[in-house]
Design a protein around this ligand. Structure first.
Ligand code: SAM
Length: 181
């Protein structure tokens, strides 16, 4: 009987520790860090929307693309599969590691690159295509940054969130295509 209680106590302790670690991870990496870095928390773009984004992006060989907040790297990988050099900036180090694993598994080491860091600190002038799945409160500041840094003809495809003073060229459901004039 006493060994049953020992096992039960140990199992409960392990369960509690795992739950606590998961809770801390969720609060820190999915809420505190995104708020600190002024960005969205992690949510994945589903495959059907990825297709819509790619169609609107209409990427061409030789172009450079970037995902601002690249999550698990799915859009970076999807764009690299079409032949462009695709980059992603991501503040969550675990998602950066996961992205690098996903990139390696897809055999795209020479086409897809993910960096640990905030996109606010990066100059985006080299990119022809920018994709993002942000959050409402960053869109005003991001619009200013993109209009200032992007070259003429660059495309921005935003999942769900719209810019306030920039009219989309095209729209497919809640996916918006903007063109830097
Ligand atoms: C809504 S998710 C989108 C993930 C991925 N782009 C997709 O569509 O599946 C937003 C991601 O942006 C990251 N993020 C938030 N603020 C950021 C910042 N300032 N710089 C880089 N990444 C950021 C979050 O950690 C999160 O993984």
């Amino acid at each position: 009987m006493s060994s049953f209680f020992t096992v039960f106590t140990l199992a409960s302790a392990v369960f509690l520790v795992i739950s606590l670690v998961l809770l801390i991870y969720y609060v820190v990496f999915n809420h505190l860090i995104p708020i600190m870095f002024y960005g969205a928390f992690f949510a994945k773009t589903p495959p059907n929307l990825t297709q819509k984004i790619l169609l609107l992006a209409n990427v061409r060989l030789g172009q450079k693309a970037v995902d601002l907040g690249s999550g698990d790297g799915r859009l970076v990988i999807a764009m690299a599969k079409l032949g462009v050099e695709a980059h992603g900036y991501e503040i969550n180090p675990f998602l950066v590691i996961l992205s690098k694993i996903n990139i390696k598994r897809a055999g795209l080491d020479n086409k897809a690159f993910v960096y640990w860091g905030s996109f606010w600190q990066k100059d985006l002038s080299e990119f022809d295509i920018v994709v993002l799945y942000g959050i409402s409160y960053i869109m005003k500041k991001l619009e200013v940054k993109l209009k200032k840094e992007l070259k003429s003809g660059a495309k921005v495809i935003s999942n769900y969130f719209m810019f306030s003073n920039w009219s989309p060229e095209k729209q497919d459901g809640n996916i918006y295509l903007y063109l830097k004039k």
